[in-house]
Design a protein around this ligand. Structure first.
Ligand code: BTN
Length: 247
């Protein structure tokens, strides 16, 4: 078994979804911290019932650790902030941003996605896909433009990206354990795209427009509408200056 810091790395050649395999491991794992990776993924899943087209050469992983369910929303930001910091270490500074709730963008194109699910025995499963070497073309499942690290001239591999991510995560996790969600939220907001700008939020039913005013202590999007602040727990945000695709 390989380890990166305290994380056992359980590597597969081919799986349906790393999240499904990770869930099986959470029934009886002897590792408190483990990551399931796969070189190929045949039925990758995305948020809100979408597929995740999994091109070989990209990183597919599911990170599992035990967390009280009351902290689930903190985990979304811990993971996405750590991904952002890992990706910044490869990609040009200043061009990498976070889109609520958890996408990393380079020059406004989605590079990675996170699917957070609950496992057994108090584990959470953070399923992470990072387009390292290629981005799907004509992917009708994605509602945002996508790209890969290699589209930006970054020459790396999945192992290097995984290491950078684990190192960033461990630092942020230690910060969170010492000081709670506040410093994670502050760091996350520094990278947030569209803060204090007008955005459109597509909800499951309908749409809201307002100013992106921040995130709550529970990770909800704060949307200013006149003198009111609306809290939104789930949705897809679009920035006013950009056109949506595939919708
Ligand atoms: C999204 O942006 O919609 C989330 C995509 C999450 C994809 C990853 S790839 C590894 C893990 N296994 C899955 O089936 N999904 C996640």
């Amino acid at each position: 078994m390989d380890f990166i810091n305290n994380w056992a790395i359980i590597a597969y050649d081919e799986v349906g979804s790393t999240n499904d395999i990770a869930r099986k491991h959470t029934f009886n794992s002897s590792y408190p911290y483990f990551v399931v990776t796969a070189r190929r993924q045949t039925s990758g899943r995305g948020r809100r019932g979408r597929n995740w087209i999994s091109i070989s050469g990209n990183l597919f992983m599911s990170q599992c650790f035990q967390l009280n369910t009351q902290h689930l929303s903190d985990a979304v930001f811990l993971v996405s902030l750590s991904l952002q910091e890992a990706i910044i270490s490869f990609a040009p500074q200043g061009k990498t941003q976070l889109k609520w709730p958890n996408d990393v963008l380079i020059e406004n194109k989605k590079i990675s996605g996170i699917l957070l699910e609950k496992g057994e025995n108090g584990y959470i499963i953070a399923g992470i896909g990072i387009n390292v070497s290629a981005a799907p073309t004509n992917d009708t499942n994605q509602i945002y433009p996508v790209a890969s690290l290699s589209d930006f001239g970054v020459c790396t591999n999945c192992q290097e990206v995984l290491k950078a991510y684990i190192h960033a995560f461990d630092k942020n996790y230690a910060l969170w354990q010492r000081h709670g969600f506040a410093p994670i939220k502050d760091k996350w907001l520094k990278y947030a795209k569209g803060l204090f700008k007008e955005i459109v939020v597509n909800l499951e039913h309908g749409q809201e427009v307002g100013i992106f005013a921040g995130i709550s202590d529970k990770g909800a999007l704060l949307l200013r509408q006149g003198d009111k602040i609306k809290q939104i727990l789930a949705g897809d945000i679009f920035y006013k200056e950009e056109n949506k695709i595939n919708e």
